[in-house]
Design a protein around this ligand. Structure first.
Ligand SMILES: *Cc1c(COP(=O)(O)O)cnc(C)c1O
Length: 343
């Protein structure tokens, strides 16, 4: 199948991740995470974040988020998140399920981001016994609409969560793209901004399977391995989840690929921004362009076989770039759009 702009999980595995899997394929290793690859991957993550965090590897983002949030809350608690958050819109109720009923409370906010005022407003709106007690904030970095929280924005949220006694969870399915966009160190937008748990996305950055759950607040990691096991997220041949991480982290491939994906999205934005009837819907800060396409343009692109999602508002389309998106993919897409719009 050709390369498309539907999702970064349409892309395959990076050569670096795949090479590590090939190395890990040989010989025997202890099961259930007690192996050298898992040890090495966890160590590389601790090096990357420059702190002694606890690391677990699970199969997918839904379980990473849901199990991480479940460790933060009792069933009578609530979790604040943006109304567009993946945990709300795309996880089939898994956060509520794995936390035995913890309720998600939805916040509005510009560009897919929540803000301290919204958090405070929601927490203070109801403090009585009949309403689930707020216990955690979940935010997505980079966001579901391709924007990125700045370190300052995160620190402002942290100040609010700290004063309100809330834990801070980060859905980092596209964390690598956020780091690439900000040009910061990973620690600046995680534990140095009060993040207790990061779900560090592997799949969308180019690993075949797997996400890392990174606990900066080690107390919250207590008994997490039992949660993983009960949820069916403990891989018996764990080395095949962790080895890809070694491949991505040992020489910085994770960041190079994210920088590339972001650059391809920037190229796309520049190529289509000024076409007639085309409107960029959100600031392009990571690896996606959200755009309103004239219906005739969108139809012509689909007729040409291009795949992309249109799920935000009327006519809003998401053009997602991946680690393997090539400049000519972008140029061909833009040329097809241009032709359809008679330019
Ligand atoms: C893709 C994605 C996830 C993970 O989804 P899974 O399909 O469960 O792996 C989580 N959060 C965001 C924002 C995502 O885009």
């Amino acid at each position: 199948m050709n390369r498309h702009f539907a999702s970064d999980n349409y892309a395959g595995s990076t050569p670096e991740a795949w090479a590590a899997l090939e190395e890990a394929r040989h010989g025997h290793a202890k099961a259930y995470g007690d192996d050298e690859w898992t040890d090495k991957a966890a160590k590389l993550i601790r090096d990357l974040f420059e702190t002694d965090c606890e690391v677990f590897f699970v199969f997918n983002g839904t379980s990473a988020n849901s199990l991480a949030l479940a460790t933060c809350c009792q069933s009578y608690h609530s979790i604040l998140c943006h109304e567009l958050a993946h945990v709300e819109t795309d996880e089939c109720g898994a956060p509520e399920f794995f936390s035995n009923g913890t309720k998600l409370l939805l916040l509005k906010g510009e560009n897919g981001q929540i803000a301290p005022e919204g958090i405070e407003h929601t927490v203070k709106k109801r403090t009585d016994l009949h309403f689930p007690k707020p216990r955690a904030v979940s935010l997505t970095q980079s966001t579901e609409v391709g924007t990125v929280y700045s370190p300052d924005a995160l620190k402002a949220i942290w100040a609010k969560t700290k004063s309100l006694g809330l834990r801070l969870h980060m859905d980092g399915a596209r964390f690598a793209n956020a780091v690439a966009s900000l040009g910061c160190t990973p620690k600046e937008i995680t534990w140095q901004a009060g993040v207790d748990i990061l779900c560090f996305g592997g799949t969308k950055q180019g690993i075949a399977v797997g996400e890392a759950v990174v606990f900066f607040n080690r107390e919250l990691a207590r008994e997490f391995e039992w949660r993983c096991k009960q949820a069916g997220q403990l891989a018996s041949k764990m080395r095949f989840l962790s080895a890809s991480w070694v491949g991505m982290l040992r020489d910085g491939a994770w960041l190079r690929h994210a920088q590339h994906a972001n650059a391809m999205a920037a190229r796309m934005e520049a190529a289509i921004r000024d076409l007639p009837g085309v409107k960029i819907l959100f600031p392009r800060q990571a690896n996606a362009v959200f755009v309103e396409l004239p219906p005739v343009g969108a139809e012509a692109l689909r007729a040409k076989g291009w795949l992309f999602y249109s799920f935000i508002g009327a006519g809003g389309s998401r053009l997602m770039c991946s680690w393997d998106t090539q400049p000519e993919d972008v140029d061909n897409f833009a040329a097809d759009l241009k032709a359809a719009l008679g330019k």
